[in-house]
Design a protein around this ligand. Sequence first.
Ligand SMILES: [Zn+2]
Ligand SMILES: [Zn+2]
Length: 150
Amino acid sequence: MPTDTPPTGNDALLRQHGLHVTAQRLAVLRAVAGRPHGTADDIDKIVRAELGAISRQAVYDALGTLTDKGVLRRIQPAGSPARYEDRVGDNHHHLICRACSRMVDVDCAVGYTPCLTAADDSAYEIDEAEVIYWGRCPECVASAAAASGG
Ligand SMILES: [Zn+2]
Ligand SMILES: [Zn+2]
């Protein structure tokens, strides 16, 4: 049996970002992968169901560390709790339903950052333009139509 296989997956991912591999961080990564755009609360529930002996604060700390290191991406929609995802580095955007808060990915039409040109950049070196499209998802449009259609 070969015992020198290089680490793959999330172990390697953490090491690449200079992070120690811990059960908490691995569980948080798995939870985010399984529930893209989940809130910290969502992730906390999943991780604690899996690990049991982990505090809410430890889950939040792990999320913060993984986000700071660029392993996870945090999206902070106005008036909504932050969401987390593991699809990083591709400059994709998001659609959010105003009715049910469901969030889905939408690929950037331009592809590179920043994908919007500021009319006046005030001499800032801009590296990101965060785009969130707000509206209603197909299910909510359909149920609204059904409700008003009689
Ligand atoms: Zn909806
Ligand atoms: Zn996304």
